[in-house]
Design a protein around this ligand. Structure first.
Ligand code: ATP
Ligand code: MG
Length: 589
């Protein structure tokens, strides 16, 4: 709770005038909802007097008419100020929620790749969407109802004490008990709600997973298994929901019962007071109205308390991420690289939380405009090497240099302009082909986009699509073939025309002929980046000036294609296996 307020203080302070106006409107609206009680008392007592005095009906009706008009005016005034209360306090909470979300999302984007990998997407989403909404429940309704209850209570108390101290005490005595009982019931309701919410999000997660894996489910004919799991999960949710409804159903009638009892109490004790001349009939009516006015706000105290507790927990979760700082820091000062050579100097790298080194003493020099081929078994560290080139991670030991300057000295934007990286798994957005390519360079012209698609040999495929370049490719690009997805990601990486281009196995699902055409262009057109080609397939490395073979994070062989063949080692064997379709004598595989 303390943390909640402390963290929200600057945000609330920003809206202090609005909140202050909200409090004034609250006082006014409460005044207009309380005052009719006094009016009822006066009218009732006056009417009784008039009847006793034997006034004519016309006179009595006229004074009743005044009363009705006054009550209507007061109700309108009350409604008007209530509207203003919501316009000030509730809108503030929406502002705060939006600001919090923006701040948090900005934080997410600033985290390093390694940090983001450590938390689940679901967790990031929950904090961004649900936790901020919980905090909004505090900054909006939480603050509004708390203030309202307090203001109303003080005002009613003042009004009651003016009339009769003893009656005030009698009438208010049962209220704390009422608040306590309802607080307990509310606790139960909350517990069930939490369980239901968790089960609901499990169900959502399960559905999403099933739909993502639908091809696999169908291929393995596992529809039944998945349906049964869904069936069970939804039944359990149904069961919990019914229990919640039962509690909810008990909640409202109990409040009605308690209100009824305290009304009865007021009338009975009030009647006794009237007999002793310390109270009027009008006062009884007035007090009954007060009790009714107070009951709901006091009944909702339990709800407010639990809401605030929930908001505090949510705020703590938000704070946790707001306190995180990016593990990779980028300087602001621009640097001037001498050229676009890429150098690894005795680079060792271990993933955070991993025990083994994924790269061990990797050392190479790639001159500007040259092509480095990287091959090796699966899990040998090829992608890791690409991550380090794009500075998604920093080396544990050693240095990666671009143009003789360590990558750590480049501002983020500059690094982004110098290095283009096409990851092994094509990352596509549920958008059109055009927009997917454009992500790399938002101001790219139509010609540039088409040129990139032509380069990636995707243009001929696009020409056959009815919507052409504006074809929507679906979630993660499911409407494209694997090879098309890869080539789309390649077009995107190429579009930027960065001086350094890293292709992590991006041609694995493309036929050899296309692969050769693409690689040929990268060497022989006007855009000739410093290039790293990572591939299992040796055919992709034929254009390489220099090749390194990784094994368990170490470079085990390096040199030109011919030199490597002469060595008759791993590369030689791989070559024989892939081009001659025959295993070699050495026992490599
Ligand atoms: N995020 C990670 N955390 C811990 N270890 C990792 C992580 N990513 C990869 N590794 C480990 O690092 C090693 C190298 O992985 P890497 O992805 O670089 O292999 P690769 O050569 O690209 O393999 P492939 O040919 O299958 O793409 C592997 O042993 C892998 O298990
Ligand atoms: Mg890889």
């Amino acid at each position: 709770m303390k943390l909640l307020l402390k963290a929200l203080y600057p945000l609330l302070w920003r809206f202090r005038w609005r909140l202050l106006a909200g409090i004034i409107f609250l006082i006014l609206s409460n005044f207009f909802s309380i005052y009719p009680a006094r009016l009822v008392q006066q009218t009732l007592d006056e009417t009784l007097m008039q009847i006793q005095r034997g006034e004519s009906y016309a006179v009595i009706l006229r004074s009743l008419g005044y009363f009705v008009v006054a009550v209507i005016i007061l109700a309108i005034a009350r409604g008007f100020f209530l509207f203003l209360v919501r316009q000030t306090i509730i809108t503030t909470s929406r502002h705060i929620e939006t600001l919090q979300r923006q701040q948090l999302f900005q934080r997410y984007l600033s985290y390093s790749f390694a940090q983001l990998k450590r938390v689940s997407t679901g967790d990031l989403m929950a904090r961004l969407i649900e936790d901020t909404a919980n905090v909004r429940m505090f900054t909006g309704p939480g603050i509004m109802y708390t203030l309202n209850t307090f203001i109303l209570f003080v005002m009613v108390l003042v009004m009651m004490l003016q009339v009769n101290v003893k009656m005030t005490f009698y009438v208010l005595a049962p209220l704390p008990l009422l608040a306590f009982i309802l607080y307990k019931v509310q606790g139960r309701i909350n517990r069930y709600s939490t369980i239901i919410q968790r089960q609901l999000s499990d169900l959502t997660g399960f559905t999403e997973e099933s739909l993502t894996a639908i091809r696999l489910i169908k291929a393995l004919v596992k529809e039944r298994v998945f349906f049964e799991r869904f069936h069970e999960a939804s039944l359990s949710l149904y069961d919990k929901s019914l229990r919640l409804i039962r509690f909810d159903a008990l909640f409202y009638p109990s409040i009605a019962l308690l209100i009824g009892l305290s009304t009865l109490f007021t009338v009975w004790l009030g009647g006794l007071e009237v007999l002793q001349g310390r109270f009027t009939y009008g006062n009884i009516a007035e007090f009954v109205i007060y009790v009714n006015l107070l009951t709901w706000p006091i009944a909702s105290l339990g709800w407010i308390t639990s809401m605030i507790q929930q908001a505090a927990a949510s705020q703590a979760r938000i704070e946790e991420f707001m306190r995180w700082r990016s593990e990779l820091s980028f300087p602001k000062q621009k640097v001037k690289p001498k050229d676009f050579s890429l150098v690894f100097q005795q680079v060792w790298f271990r993933y955070p939380n991993a025990e083994r080194f994924a790269l061990k003493d990797v050392d190479f020099i790639l001159e500007e405009g040259k092509v480095l081929g990287v091959t090796g078994r699966t899990g040998s560290g090829k992608s890791t090497l690409a991550y380090l080139c794009a500075r998604l991670y920093d080396p544990t030991q050693g240095t990666v240099l671009l143009g003789r300057i360590p990558l750590q000295r480049y501002p983020q934007q500059q690094l982004y302009h110098f290095i283009s990286y096409a990851p092994q798994e094509p990352l596509l957005f549920p958008d059109t082909i055009r927009n997917n390519v454009r992500y790399a360079k938002l101001d790219a012209t139509e010609e540039e986009i088409v040129e990139a698609l032509r380069f990636a040999d995707l243009w001929k495929d696009i020409e056959q699509m009815p919507q052409g370049i504006d074809t929507f490719i679906g979630e993660r690009g499911v409407m494209l073939s694997g090879g098309q997805q890869q080539r789309l990601a390649l077009a995107r990486a190429w579009l930027k025309k960065a001086p350094v281009l890293i292709l992590d196995d991006v041609l694995s699902a493309v036929d050899t002929e296309t692969e050769q055409r693409i690689l040929y262009q990268l060497r022989h057109s006007s855009y000739r980046p410093t290039l790293i080609v990572i591939s299992h397939r040796l055919s992709a490395l034929q254009q390489a000036d220099y090749i390194i073979v990784l094994e368990d994070g170490k470079i085990i062989e390096q040199g030109s294609h011919e030199a490597l063949l002469r060595r008759k080692g791993f590369y030689y064997c791989l070559y024989h296996l892939q081009f001659r379709n025959q295993p070699c004598a050495e026992d490599y595989f």
